[in-house]
Design a protein around this ligand. Structure first.
Ligand code: NAP
Length: 313
């Protein structure tokens, strides 16, 4: 299989590149700064010679987008929107122009598209799309708009011979340096792995092995198109999630943090509190209905496996 991964130089791209290459597939990564043999230059906005890599490929997995690990200033929010919508649009143009278009286009989206809620879990059929929750900051609604515009850019592309799937992914947990788990473990080592703002908000997550297996599954299953949640079936409150992670890593103490302490912590990490405070209670309805079985459905088992691999790295 030949796979093209626009934006495949980051955390998720590295996981996929590693797994697809190990399985014997041919992988091309599109990046703004190519430095390795399998990387090709693009700008994420305009068609160029890179589109030749898409023509004749079997699968395109578009991950490009300005990192969400930043302060949510107006400029950064705009860049998060534009980089996602423009890259999805131009990937669609390349597929539309291809003489031999890929069979499937997996477009990254995010579990953040769903509402901040505690009462029930969001699956694809009955989940509530966010943006109208009372008492949450306006820019949380903007994050939802980014996710919706991102998915629309894929939906609006005219690619009749290419199946389109939007990956509404939760946080992908892998032992890689600089990944989400790395940041959480760093917080925990500093004693900050306790409940944040009460810790009732749900964390949705997916183990990297299951993320790769779900991507493989979606490539194979020709009957699946449209939005698909990529999240372990057992999201859990942040206080339990961090306690389990601390136990797995042997870190006994986790200080409770108030909302304003979380603001300070996020400021220090040049990140944003939405990542800590929004309750993302997302479950994989369509994957489970389609018969997908998770290798790591529960967080205690996943956290034990991931921290063991962190020790080995
Ligand atoms: N990590 C997670 O747990 C998670 C969960 C849900 C959704 N997602 C989404 O999945 C995607 C990949 O995640 P990731 O963690 O691997 O992200 P990442 O490490 O930030 O990588 C995203 C890639 O996008 C490219 N990029 C950045 N700004 C760009 C721009 N202005 N125009 C075109 N390309 C740009 C970068 O590639 P170059 O600099 O090489 O061009 C970068 O390597 C992101 O869109 C993220 O929002 C991630």
């Amino acid at each position: 299989m030949k796979a093209v991964i626009p934006g495949g130089t980051g955390q998720v791209g590295s996981i996929l590149h590693r797994a697809l290459t190990a399985a014997g597939h041919d992988v091309v990564v599109l990046t703004r700064q190519p430095s390795r043999p399998h990387e090709i230059a693009w700008d994420g906005r305009t068609l160029g010679p890179w589109a030749e890599a898409v023509d004749g490929s079997d699968v395109v997995i578009n991950l490009a987008g300005r990192s969400v690990s930043c302060r949510y200033t107006p400029d950064n929010l705009r860049a998060m929107m534009d980089s996602r919508v423009e890259s999805a649009r131009v990937v669609g143009e390349a597929i539309a122009a291809a003489a031999r278009p890929p069979q499937v286009w997996l477009q990254m989206s995010t579990a953040t598209v769903y509402a901040h809620r505690f009462d029930a879990a969001n699956d694809e059929a009955d989940g509530v799309i966010g943006g109208a929750e009372p008492g949450v900051p306006d820019y949380w609604a903007y994050s939802v708009q980014i996710a919706q515009a991102w998915e629309q850019a894929q939906q609006q592309a005219t690619t009749p011979d290419t199946r389109k799937v939007a990956l509404r992914s939760a946080m992908v947990m892998s032992p890689d340096r600089g990944g989400v788990l790395d940041v959480l473990l760093r917080l925990a080592r500093l004693g900050l792995g306790g409940p944040v703002a009460g810790g009732e908000q749900y964390i949705s997550w997916i183990h990297d092995v299951d993320f790769v297996r779900a991507v493989d599954f979606l490539i194979d299953r020709e009957d699946l198109a449209g939005p698909v949640n990529l999240a372990a079936p057992e999201p859990l409150p942040q206080r339990e999630f961090m306690r389990t992670l601390r136990d797995a890593r042997g870190i006994p103490v986790g200080l409770a943090a108030t909302r304003w302490m979380a603001e300070l912590g996020a400021f220090a990490l040049r990140s944003d509190t939405e990542l800590l405070l929004k309750s993302r209670r997302v479950v994989p309805g369509r994957l489970l209905d389609a018969g997908f079985r998770f290798d790591h459905p529960d967080w205690p088992d996943a956290a034990a496996d991931l921290t063991r691999r962190v020790r080995l790295r």
